[in-house]
Design a protein around this ligand. Sequence first.
Ligand code: SAM
Length: 244
Amino acid sequence: MKASLWIPGLLMLAGVLAAGLSFASDTAQRREMLLREIREDVRQTAAYLGRERLNPSVLAALESVPRHELVPDDQRRYAYENRPLPIGYGQTISQPYIVAIMTELIEPEAGDVVLEVGTGSGYQAAVLAEIVERVCSLEIIPQLAKRSRADLDRLGYSNVRSRMGDGYYGWPECGPFDGIVVTAGASHVPPLLIEQLKPGGKLIIPVGSRFMTQQLLLVEKGEAGELRTRQVLPVRFVPLTGGH
Ligand code: SAM
């Protein structure tokens, strides 16, 4: 090949590589800023959360999950902003701070099995999967269940089991669960979820009116099956839908 053809080709390749590197370093910088913001939000809301800071395993999980890989292409540039984003079908990927505190409050541990209701984009499932042994996640909208499954496979989250289904009824074959995270607003705590929670387990769920703010509730099941419920803070989630 003539040198005159080589040079523009090499310049183009260098341009593509430079753009790729700058995207990667931009992403790393934005993710770092987001983590700083989450840590600050946790400090500001410590009185509600009952803690000043996130567990290192939760911070490490937030640092590892590529949120930009789990949002639609037109939302990628906003992926590291601390807010919910549209993911299609009238649904949203939750705000990173909310994902952080919901994960923190169930106190996940390495050997745990956790249920998520409302897979959505797969982001919360991926964050949990960085910490626990297995995540079981249910999504009621077939297209989202299919897309999140494909994305979780592409990113290598083989410890997430997910399927389409109404999470109001839980997933008994995948449990019992050390923790349950409900990522859609319900009018009440679904009784079958309590049943599928292990003694000593924790469930976190937004409860309240469909059209107004809800209260994030933390329900703890004691060793003898007794329940202790505490209101954490007001939140706003899309509604838990389904036949119930
Ligand atoms: N956890 C998601 C994430 O990280 O992207 C965000 C979830 S979005 C706020 C709530 C999700 O719950 C939606 O995808 C919605 O379709 C789903 N959903 C609503 N009702 C449900 C139900 N009864 N069972 C399962 N999923 C449900």
